[in-house]
Write a protein that binds this ligand. Structure first.
Ligand code: BG6
Length: 454
């Protein structure tokens, strides 16, 4: 790729200032994307490039790298629903492109605008169906239920080839999520024991301390199930539980992930829903809302490899700490019982945030004259071993898209199956309990589900 044109629709929003511009300026500065890169930012606001960057810098929680962005960004005012404006846009982009140019179109807009924008992009000839140098990228919400997700997808297929569609789940760009496959398949000691005869349970946990900020309008319609479980948690579950893919290539990996999701089931009474105290006072939240800000799910993956192993999925806002982690707990040995040793189990921690790394808990003799056994931990810190800082998820994902690598993006059938699971859970959803303390939730989970969540 000699040249890159990266066009952002909805470029005055929060996603662009917090994630896209920082990632793109970093990639450019580190020479990961071509010297000849142009970022075309589109929005309704009456701004020029200079005032746009100042505006975005003021909006951003961390200062933007303006020096770098000034070299590559160009702002244009456009009504994205007006097809006439696309002719102008086509002229601007055509001036910059030849057949070696990679063109990425990022939809940082609400799904209600997808149809108009996709149609305009297609009709104006900005993206020609099946031209693999022209890609479209967007992210959740992929609809608000199975039906609407299908509709969006059908529409996208009308205008673009699946090969041109990049659906972002930003969790797949996280260092340690990418590492799940390496830990599983590049280590004899883990690959050999990745079965129900040795694994006791798997916990997939995403705890947050923040509330919903000013996202009440979206969040109250969505809740933790659709906001987090449908995407990030089901993706993690599929990567932990899938069979060995034929290769590391995108389609092989996705085929196995899909089979894992297809095999997920729940017992009745396997769910706990919560809502944080004070949620009803948040802006744009219904005063009698029953939307869950916390969810706990006990699921099973009914494959020969994992039959009978509970997968505990838990996510919530306003909890005790910000932490994303996968904990694989192994069975005790028969000797631990026979010899009356402490029954602490081996646990593998895939630590996604805040510290990226891997931990392994195992039993070891207490040093010295005693014969007692204690639980000890081996730790690997990915950030400590990285050259420079660990890259942010968006940096990785945008770079992968510029190189047309699709492994870290979701395929339609993964999304479709995830929505089916969510609809299934929704049928069984009960009113949330109100919480203001994570400890109380831990106690409840222990009582109802007989599992201790960290
Ligand atoms: C987003 C959700 O997809 O993920 C947010 O919409 C959530 O509600 C966020 O806060 C969590 O992501 P991270 O990377 O901070 O764990």
């Amino acid at each position: 790729m000699k040249k890159l044109i990266f066009t952002i629709f909805g470029s005055t929003g929060d996603l662009t200032s917090r994630k896209l511009l920082p990632a793109l300026s970093k990639l450019y500065k580190d020479n990961k994307i071509p010297k000849e890169t142009k970022i075309i930012c589109l929005g309704r606001k009456d701004l020029n490039t200079k005032s746009y960057l100042t505006y975005m810098n003021d909006e951003s929680s961390a200062p933007l790298d303006l020096k770098t962005l000034e070299q590559i960004v160009e702002y244009h005012k456009i009504q994205i629903t007006d097809k006439n404006d696309y002719n102008e846009l086509k002229k601007i982009i055509s001036k910059e492109t030849d057949n070696q140019t990679k063109q990425l179109y990022y939809l940082a807009i609400g799904p209600e605008l997808f149809f108009d924008v996709a149609q305009n992009i297609n009709h104006s000839g900005l993206i020609e169906k099946a031209n693999e140098n022209q890609l479209i990228i967007f992210e959740k919400p992929f609809g608000h239920d199975l039906k609407s997700a299908k509709k969006i997808n059908q529409m996208l297929w009308e205008f673009f080839d699946e090969k041109q569609i990049y659906r972002i789940d930003h969790y797949l760009g996280k260092e340690m999520i990418q590492n799940i496959m390496m830990v599983r398949f590049a280590n004899r000691i883990f690959e050999e024991v990745w079965y129900n005869r040795t694994i006791k349970n798997v916990k997939i946990i995403v705890k947050e301390t923040d509330g919903i900020f000013n996202r009440g309008g979206y969040y109250d319609q969505s809740g933790a199930l659709k906001d987090m479980v449908q995407s990030h948690l089901i993706q993690m579950l599929s990567m932990v539980s899938m069979e060995v893919p034929l290769s590391y290539h995108s389609e092989d990996v996705k085929n196995e992930k899909v089979k894992a999701i297809e095999n997920v089931s729940f017992d009745s009474n396997s769910f706990i829903f919560g809502q944080y105290e004070g949620y009803l006072n948040e802006d744009k939240v219904n005063k009698d809302s029953k939307t869950e800000t916390f969810v706990f799910i006990k699921a099973f993956v009914n494959t020969p490899r994992f039959k009978g192993v509970p997968f505990y999925l838990m996510t919530g806002k306003k909890l005790d700490q910000k932490e994303s982690v996968i904990i694989v707990e192994f069975e005790e040995t028969s000797e631990q019982r026979k010899w009356n040793l402490p029954l602490s189990t081996n646990k593998l921690y895939i630590k996604i945030a805040p510290d990226d790394g891997v931990g392994l808990k195992f039993n070891s003799k207490v040093p010295g004259l005693t014969g007692d056994v204690q639980e000890v931990e081996l730790e690997y810190c990915a950030a400590c071993n990285a050259v420079g800082n660990l890259s942010e998820a968006y940096e990785k994902l945008l770079l992968e898209a510029t190189e047309s690598h699709k492994t870290l993006f979701t395929r339609w059938d993964e999304i479709e199956l995830s929505w089916k699971l969510i609809e299934h859970i929704k049928e069984k959803q009960t009113d949330p309990i109100i919480y203001n303390d994570y400890k109380a939730l831990q106690v409840l989970i222990k009582e109802k589900m007989d599992v201790k969540m960290p």
